[in-house]
Design a protein around this ligand. Sequence first.
Ligand SMILES: NC(=O)N[C@@H](O)C(=O)O
Ligand code: NI
Length: 163
Amino acid sequence: MEKILIQPLTAHAFAPFGDVLEVAGTPDKMINEGLCGRYHDRAALDFGPDGRAGISIFDAKPRALPYELHLLERHPEGSQAFIPMHGQAWLVIVAPDAGGRPGKPLAFRATGAQGINFHRATWHGVLTPLAAPGLFAVVDRIGETPNLEEYRLDRPYLISAGP
Ligand SMILES: NC(=O)N[C@@H](O)C(=O)O
Ligand code: NI
């Protein structure tokens, strides 16, 4: 099985796939009588012409490392944001598009203080906590038309923390 090494999640490395939601640098504005820094409008949300924004709560089973990656998916009609509600490190897997199927994946370790927003149609692994409770707020498209394309890999990858 080909091994994919997990790398730290950074806004720069994740930029081709989406946005990282984190406190970084100075706040865009100070609010609440100077007691709160607002990091304003940090994600490119997109729900398509016939969808709307929804917030759901996911309670996902933690996965162990090394993690066998068999499935990638994408949402052609909108973005999808995962915001941890547990303060633990978790795994984010993405892949470039290669002619309508996922290319070689990348794996990132997110801290419990980092959320992400997949841009529309970004190939990604499903929500992957690494510790319990796997609780996340999820902001994505609510609509009547299908918004999930899955791709089962012929050969799984092994997502690993080390060589
Ligand atoms: N299917 C669903 O709601 N969740 C997936 O999109 C996922 O990325 O976990
Ligand atoms: Ni998804």
